[in-house]
Design a protein around this ligand. Structure first.
Ligand code: ZN
Length: 313
């Protein structure tokens, strides 16, 4: 029987945040909120289970004490982190390491692959994605001289666009853009440029040496084909299927039964409302689903589902 664990999402305050997350129904502690960690077992923002047999426990505790529920190959730590990010101002330009670099330089931490589904395009910015340096020497020169406008590639985006952000990719979210991010459960970010901004009177730290180590030169991007299928009353679009996560954007209009091959899944309702595994859910609700075989949903809603690496949604 599928079991739905509804989560309470920690909301983060950021210097670049605003109040856009209120549309998902999350209580905002201030008017500079940038991220809701909708599915998280990370120590920097562990989600709590809202009801049922694990009510009140954190997701990391449930995972630690009930590993068998997450399948025979479940890793030591809950592997995914799903965020909704709403940028009132530009985020810093950054890059993440891969597993090998993070293991060696960040106390055995995981690296960070992430992906973005754009839910609202910014009026002025979009995103920063990739760079123009042709060699490591040129990259180093441009970074050292602060020639960031020449270095970075800006892209205008539209709602529904999807980007796979491999480790070593220079990226940033620009003012006005809202997106859902699925990533490895890691919080390691090397900041390359922060527009000279101050936080509490000081610039936030940059990590130029590490960033120069991990940035891939030249920047290449292979767009993955998205696979769309109509499955009864749902339009299922598989956005990515890789070693770290599988992500599907799912438009449900009526009764639908999932045909997944995965020990578990997680996700967030992006729009509308309905029933999921016999629970009423609405926009903003996030969850983990255990034993998802035979999962059924009903209603009119758009749900972003994510499963662990190697799973098929
Ligand atoms: Zn990132």
């Amino acid at each position: 029987m599928p079991e739905l664990l509804l989560l309470e999402a920690p909301v983060k305050e950021n210097i670049w945040g605003g109040t856009g997350l209120a549309e998902f129904g999350y209580p905002l502690p201030s008017d500079t909120c940038g991220e809701a960690w909708v599915v998280s077992a990370h120590p920097h923002g562990d989600a709590r289970i809202r009801e049922g047999r694990f009510a009140g426990q954190t997701l990391s505790q449930v995972y630690r004490e009930n590993r068998a529920l997450f399948g025979p190959d479940a890793p030591d730590e809950f592997p995914l982190l799903v965020k909704i990010i709403d940028a009132q101002q530009d985020l810093s330009i950054q890059v993440h390491p891969d597993d090998a670099y993070a293991r060696e330089h960040e106390n055995g931490s995981l690296g960070k692959s992430e992906c973005w589904l754009i839910t609202r395009a910014g009026a002025y910015g979009g995103i920063v994605f990739g760079h123009r340096a042709k060699t490591k020497e040129e990259l180093k020169e441009m970074v050292t001289a602060g020639r960031f406008d020449e270095l970075i590639c800006r892209r205008q985006v539209a709602a529904g666009d999807f980007f796979d952000i491999q480790p070593g990719t220079v990226h940033a979210i620009c003012a006005g853009t809202q997106l859902v991010e699925v990533q490895q459960s890691s919080d390691i970010t090397y900041r390359l440029y922060d527009y000279g901004r101050l936080q509490n009177g000081r610039p936030r730290p940059l990590h130029l040496a590490q960033a120069l180590d991990v940035i891939k030169v030249p920047a290449v991007y292979e767009e993955q084909p998205r696979r769309e299928r109509q499955e009864g009353n749902a339009l299922v679009t598989v956005l990515t299927e890789g070693p770290y996560f599988t992500v599907a954007d799912t438009e449900i209009s009526g009764l639908w039964r999932a045909s997944w091959q995965t020990p578990w899944a997680c996700g967030v309702v992006l729009d509308g409302s309905g029933m999921l595994a016999d629970h009423p859910v609405k926009k903003g609700d996030s969850f983990v689903i255990l034993s998802p075989e035979g999962l059924s949903a009903a209603g009119r809603m758009r749900v972003l589902f994510a499963g662990p690496g190697g799973s098929h949604l």
